[in-house]
Each structure stands twice: as C-alpha cells, then as structure tokens.
Design a protein around this ligand. Structure first.
Ligand code: BES
Ligand code: MN
Ligand code: ZN
Length: 503
C-alpha cells in the first residue's frame, strides 16, 4: 500500500472513493456534512430511508454523488459521537479498509483521520490508521510460492493507494512523520506475524538466526551475533542446551544490538522465547492442536518485529533483542523427567516435566543478558496454558517485582490497544518450586501455573529491573482464522516510544 497525507475538501478529491464518518443516529461528521451540503442534501436523504444510521462498523457506499469528483463516497458508521474512542476508531477504520479492498476502488482518501478520538491526538490517529490498515489487509504468503499461484485467491482490484486527510495544512508535517512511524510499526507487526505463521519445518532455530543476520544487513545501527551450541556450552548454558538435546535441530542464541543512543546509555533488553516447535519432549503433548505449537516462537517473533521497527524509526534508545531458539522434541538423547541440569547462573534445576521448556531456555538467556547491564529487561513468552485459562485471548499476563516497570507496560498496553494485565508475584508462591534433588524444580504443580513460571524466571533476574509478559493467550488465534497476531509488538513499541521520549 502506498500512503500519503493531504489536506483539502472531500468533494474535490478525484479518486476512486472518499471515506467519511457518520455518527449515531444519522449525525454527519464535518467532512460528511460538507459533501451533504454540496450535493444538495443527498447523504441526508439516503440516510432517512434507513440504509445507514451510523452504527459502529456499518458501511454504505454511494456512487455518483452530485457535485463531487470521486467515483464513490463511503459512509462509515462510528457509533455515538460522545463514545468515539480508540476502540471505535479501530472498528471504523478496519471496516472501511476491508470494504475498500473488496470494492472496485484502487485509490481512496479517508477523512476518518480528521475525527476527534477521545483522549488521542492527530499523531496517534494517523499512526493507528496505518497500523490498522496493514493489520486488516495482511494475508499469509507462503515462502517460495510463485506470484501466479497466489493470484487465484487474491483480491481482484485491491486498494493500492490510501491518503489520510488532515484538517489543516499546518498539520501536514506532523502527520507525515506519524505516517512513517505507523508504517514502521506495521512492518514490525507484519514481520512478527510472518515468522509466527511459517511452518516449523521452515522456521527452525538456524532459520531464525539467518533472518536476524538479514535484519542486521538491512539496518546500519543493528549488529547481530549468533551463538551456536559449542559457544553456549562454553558459556555454561546447561538449561537451554537440555531442551535442545532431543532435536536434530541445533540450538541458537541470537543477539541483536541496536544503537540509537550514546554507547554509555543503558539499553532496554528484550528476551523472546523461541521454541520453533514444542512437542513437549519426553513429556509429550496430546495430538489435538499440536500443530499450534509452531507458534511457540511468537515471543521471539515479537522481538524481531520490535527490533526491526525501532531500527526503521531510528528511535534514540539502545535496544538489545535476545532470542534463545530451540526445538523441543523427544528422542534418544532427549532430556528425561528427573534429569538435573546446571544453569548458566550456577543454580541447578530438576526437570520434572520436559514440557515446561520455555523457562529453561529463558533462564539462561536472562542470565546471559546481565552483561548488557540493562536499564530494564522484559521477557516475552508463550509460557503457560494456565495464562490462557486466566486471561483468555484479550490480555497478556504481566508479572514483575519492579512496580514502576509493570505499570509502564500496563499503560503502554492500554494506549496501544494491545493490553496486558498484572498477576501477583508474591514470594508465597516460590515454595511450589521446591525440589529434593536440586535448587529448584522446573514445575510448580497445578495451582497458579502462570505465577510459578514467573517465580522460576525471577530467580535468574535478581538485581535487574525485570518484567515478564506471558503471551500464550494473545500471540495467535486458532480455529478457522488460525494465525499469528503480531502481539505484543504494539505494546512494546508504545513502551519504547515512552522510553525514548523520557530520555
Ligand atoms: N508452550 C507451552 C505453553 C502453551 C500451551 C501456550 C498451550 C499456549 C497454549 C509451554 O511450553 C508448556 O507446555 N507449558 C506447560 C507447563 C506445565 C508443564 C507446567 C503448560 O502450560 O501446560
Ligand atoms: Mn512446553
Ligand atoms: Zn512451550
């Protein structure tokens, strides 16, 4: 999609479609009123017939509206004007974009960006417009598929040029910068979705390492380093390596360093769980929906997405993205229940369930991250089925002992519409990890599974400002619309924008 910004009257736009908002009940937004007036009350007369009364998400397309220069005018329902907030804006924008793409219009000018959204400014509206559009139009592209094969299912006359209107010429500069930011964020989300959706025979730890090196080549400020199993052995990463042992795919530890601030500025560090397939290992998972365990690297994918977007935006921060990447498989050499391993931190772990593998790779990656002396460190992981039970698919689980960091992440989630919700991390839960044979067990029993998983990680983050996002419920959708969502890239980017602004 080609995006641009423009200021000007809706009736003067020579394009395939002009998009204007209509509030409940039949209240015209400013741009809609302008078209109504010049067309001699045409919109009003159509709406009085009952075809469109402004309900949220409703779309109605008119052709040849008198005295306008566009082929079509699209009326988009925005709900009650007083209630027009971030969620409604998303709903309206999404409905408009989907209808535009399904229609004959190749280009369009949207006036939805001129509407007042409660609590948000113009920069937000433009940024979100791009993000929502890209999100709505995303379709999975199989790697190596010929363009011709894709065409069969492709939209016949897709939208290719979309312009966002701003009320005043003075707003053009700001809106154009927001457009570029939104585009970078959308590209980050798209990368996260694409990596998540790839089949697990393609997206292996080595493949992720190659994609990281590619990102490094694309951005000057990004350096990428990859550790192989021998390097990790030398570092003493016994927990991470224990997970990889059952697989033919060798593990990788991927380190992406973005420098956008002076070298002595402490970095933000993101650690993403990269289990490219989680069979459960010897504690094998049941067959139903096991294919969905290809999404067990969505934490890693979100780190890729964020690093890509931050580098494209040239945010003035330092950022380190760390991805421990493994495949969790059963096999003759696989780790067994009862095995005791030594983590890089020196703490020993009794592995009672090989399906609790995420925390084993994260604990070594978190310990490794100490060398970067993080200002804050956040891990992102599809860590527990219990989190899906607790919060469903609406919010990521959010845990940590640094209350300020937890609050900043929660607020960033709220602002970006990519929510996270806190769970307690009281020491009372720690005793569930007791082991008779090692410093700790890797599972804490049936109760409070999301919290005991975070308790486990907390033992490796002492002295660091750390928070944990359990994205098991939000990283992908199942069923007929199965696919990666790109969450929580929007939350993390909003958080990092805040870091940049307060630097
Ligand atoms: N990747 C899974 C968590 C998961 C399961 C995410 C289902 C989304 C949907 C993780 O590695 C896992 O298997 N966790 C176990 C932990 C248990 C053995 C303590 C779980 O949640 O059952
Ligand atoms: Mn598992
Ligand atoms: Zn897993």
């Amino acid at each position: 999609m080609e995006y641009s910004i423009k200021s000007g009257n809706p009736e003067k736009q020579r394009v395939g479609c002009v998009v204007v908002g209509v509030f409940e009940h039949r209240r015209l937004s400013g741009p809609a009123a302008a078209i109504d007036q010049i067309s001699g009350g045409y919109l009003g007369s159509i709406m009085r017939r009952g075809d469109m009364d402004g309900r949220p998400g409703q779309v109605f397309i008119l052709h040849n509206v008198p005295n306008t220069l566009s082929d079509r005018v699209m009326l988009v329902g925005c709900g009650r004007e007083r209630e027009f907030d971030a969620g409604r804006y998303q709903q309206a924008t999404e409905a408009a974009v989907k209808a535009l793409n399904a229609n004959g219009a190749r280009d369009a000018v949207s006036y939805l960006t001129e509407l007042n959204v409660r609590g948000q400014d113009l920069a937000w509206r433009v940024r979100r417009a791009v993000e929502i559009t890209e999100q709505a139009l995303y379709r999975y592209q199989a790697p190596g598929t010929a363009a011709a094969a894709q065409e069969q299912t492709a939209v016949r006359r897709p939208l290719t040029r979309l312009t966002f209107a701003v009320a005043s010429r003075r707003d053009l500069g700001l809106a154009e910068r927001s457009l570029a930011e939104g585009d970078a964020a959308a590209n980050g989300v798209r990368l996260a979705r694409e990596l998540g959706n790839l089949p697990p025979n393609v997206c292996t730890p080595a493949y992720l390492a190659d994609r990281a090196r590619q990102l490094g080549d694309e951005h000057d400020a990004l350096t990428v380093e990859v550790l192989d199993p021998a390097d990790m052995e030398a570092q003493g990463m016994g927990a991470l390596l224990a997970v990889a042992r059952g697989s033919r795919q060798p593990a990788r530890l991927i380190v992406m360093r973005y420098q956008g601030a002076p070298a002595d500025t402490a970095p933000q560090v993101l650690v993403g769980k990269g289990v490219t397939f989680d069979s459960g290992g010897i504690s094998l998972k049941p067959a139903a929906k096991m294919d969905e365990m290809k999404f067990d690297m969505c934490g890693a994918a979100s780190v890729f997405g964020v690093v890509h977007a931050v580098a494209a935006m040239e945010l003035p921060i330092n950022l380190v993205g760390i991805v421990p990447a493994v495949e969790n498989m059963p096999g003759g050499a696989a780790t067994k229940p009862g095995d005791v391993v030594e983590s890089m931190s020196g703490q020993t772990i009794e592995i009672l369930n090989t399906d609790a593998e995420g925390r084993l790779i994260l604990c070594d990656a978190l310990h490794y991250a100490r060398r970067f002396e993080p200002a804050n460190i956040i891990d992102i992981a599809t860590l527990t089925g219990a989190c899906v039970v607790a919060l469903g698919s609406h919010a990521s689980g959010l845990l940590g002992k640094d209350e300020a960091l937890v609050r900043r992440l929660q607020e960033a989630g709220e602002r970006s519409g990519d929510r996270a919700w806190p769970l307690p991390l009281w020491d009372d839960y720690q005793r569930q990890l007791r082991s008779n044979f090692a410093d700790m067990a890797n599972v804490g029993g049936r109760e409070a599974g999301t919290i005991t998983a975070a308790c486990f990680l907390s033992r490796f983050t002492d002295g660091m400002s750390w928070a944990h996002l359990d994205i098991a419920g939000v990283a992908w959708t199942g069923g007929r619309r199965k696919g990666a969502t790109g969450r929580p890239v929007p939350l993390l980017l909003e958080y990092l924008r805040g870091v940049a602004a307060s630097a």
